[in-house]
Design a protein around this ligand. Structure first.
Ligand code: PMP
Length: 474
């Protein structure tokens, strides 16, 4: 056994089974541990074994344009997008990064380098990196951290709509001004959960973001589409996204944030090569071990669908009944045989850093991956809404139902985060902290402190505790 088990700060007692009084429930980070319950049931099916002699070279594939990208993983990523129908990959380059965090930085580096000659930024007028509010807080941090002379974080994209429009329209007199923006579109939005579109650089005739993108492709477009949450567990998939530079992260697909793997789907070879240059200089590649693990996990998901193709159609119709049975599944988790999940209420408080899942389960999930996680999140949202409904202290975002081409049913988005607004402009972070809930506050996302973001991706016991605490706020 490697490492030790530690009680989460909100649980105590010899078996970490009792609720600790006065603990702070920290939901400020979207740590995707909710996914554990799925992988625990799969056992050795999804385990990666790497022989000592394998993956030793810096290079994964000597005949690939991107030497660090494992060819089999690349094919599997393309296959996954085709299966889910959430992104166009044909005639696009697939590039890997150490999380999409690295790819975001690589994308900015590449897009900034690709600006037309006449718009070369100066120290006094650097390229502005913008995103419509509320924007994902890490963008500002990542850009500011670099202290680049070439670009800087400029906040809310909507503030620049007029100036960008004045220079837009395909090379008018002010073309250079329009080109001096790089817009990041997060769709579905982190923190808010809705599907979003670019507000500055529109391609003709197309919607940006999670939805379909039609119209001519523009290799000079300076928009980064961060589609971390454009997966069926979070939102209905309505059409394959077709944007020139799309980012995805393994962290929010399978929940393996610790593997630190993300990918970019890039239309323009020059941009892709520039991004590759950044990754080469920055980390000299992406872990081959991580790639191998990602390969196994994605293959497991795809193969699960292949095997159960027929069953899925029936399960969609009987989803409601199945959910109850799912909750009784044995979700085993080894930390000296500790179980987590809703089954063993006595032991649920265990949260440790160095866990070793046993991988065995009496009852493998009856639903394949996306169906299972979507059902879990849908149930969480149902419970959140029922707890907060009628509480005049809070306003929740409203999401429209849409038909998901992958799951074959209509549903409302089930975002990874709860985006709460406190009424009367009250400082929402302060209010929730009084009730023992730590959040990420509005100003990090470019809006007022009346807003907060809470992760809904934590393990069951912590989600239950969140509900308890929210219910007590009156
Ligand atoms: N983009 C968005 C919108 C995210 O929410 C996250 C993770 N919170 C990331 C990117 C970063 O993902 P990764 O773990 O791959 O660095």
């Amino acid at each position: 056994r490697i490492g030790a088990c530690h009680c989460h700060p909100c649980f105590t007692g010899p078996r970490c089974a009792e609720l600790a009084t006065n603990c702070i429930l920290n939901l400020s980070i979207g740590d995707p541990t909710i996914f554990e319950s799925y992988w625990l049931t799969l056992g050795s099916q999804a385990t990666t074994v790497i022989p000592a002699w394998q993956g030793m070279s810096y290079f994964a594939h000597k005949h690939n344009a991107f030497l660090f990208v494992d060819h089999h993983l690349e094919l599997t990523i393309r296959e996954l997008h085709t299966l889910v129908g959430n992104a166009v990959t044909q005639d696009r380059y697939v590039l890997l990064g150490v999380g999409s965090t690295q790819l975001f930085q690589a994308a900015i580096y590449a897009l900034a380098a690709n600006l037309p000659e006449n718009s070369t930024p100066t120290t006094s007028d650097p390229i502005k990196i913008v995103s419509a509010v509320p924007f994902y807080s890490a963008y500002a941090e990542a850009v500011d951290y670099q202290k680049s002379a070439k670009y800087k974080w400029a906040g809310d994209a909507t503030k620049f709509q007029q100036v960008a429009a004045a220079g837009g329209g395909g090379g008018g007199r002010n073309h250079d001004r329009a080109a001096s923006f790089i817009e990041v579109v997060t769709s579905p939005s982190n923190p808010e959960g809705s599907n979003c579109q670019a507000v500055l650089h529109h391609r003709e005739g197309g919607a940006a973001g999670g939805g379909p993108q039609q119209g001519p492709s523009s290799s000079t477009s300076s928009t980064i589409h961060d589609l971390a949450y454009y997966w069926p567990q979070y939102t209905p998939i309505t059409a394959p996204a077709d944007n020139p530079l799309m980012l995805f992260t393994f962290s929010k697909i399978t929940g393996h944030a610790g593997t630190r793997l993300g990918w970019a789907i890039v239309e323009d070879k020059r941009i892709a090569m520039k991004m590759f240059e950044y990754i080469r200089v920055n980390t000299l590649g992406v872990s081959q071990d991580a790639q191998r693990r990602a390969f196994t996990l994605i293959r497991t998901i795809i193969d699960g669908y292949k095997k159960q193709e027929q069953e899925i159609k029936q399960q969609v119709n009987h989803h409601g009944e199945e959910k109850e049975e799912e909750e009784e599944d044995h979700l085993r988790h080894d930390c000296s045989s500790t179980q987590i999940g809703s089954v063993n209420a006595e032991r649920i408080g265990f949260v440790d850093i160095e866990r070793i899942p046993t991988g065995s389960s009496d009852a493998p999930p009856r639903m394949p991956f996306f169906h299972y996680i979507q059902a879990l999140l849908e149930e969480r949202w149902r419970r959140i809404v029922s707890v907060l409904e009628g509480n005049s202290l809070f306003t929740l975002p409203v999401y429209d139902e849409a038909f998901c081409t992958f799951l074959g049913k209509a549903f409302r988005p089930n975002p990874a985060f709860l985006w709460l607004e406190c009424t009367n402009g009250q400082d929402c972070g302060e209010l929730l902290l009084k009730y023992g809930i730590a959040t990420r506050e509005g100003p990090s996302f470019g809006v007022s402190s009346a807003f907060v973001r809470l992760s809904l991706l934590d393990r069951d016991p912590l989600f239950d505790l969140l509900l308890q605490r929210l219910a007590s706020i009156r």
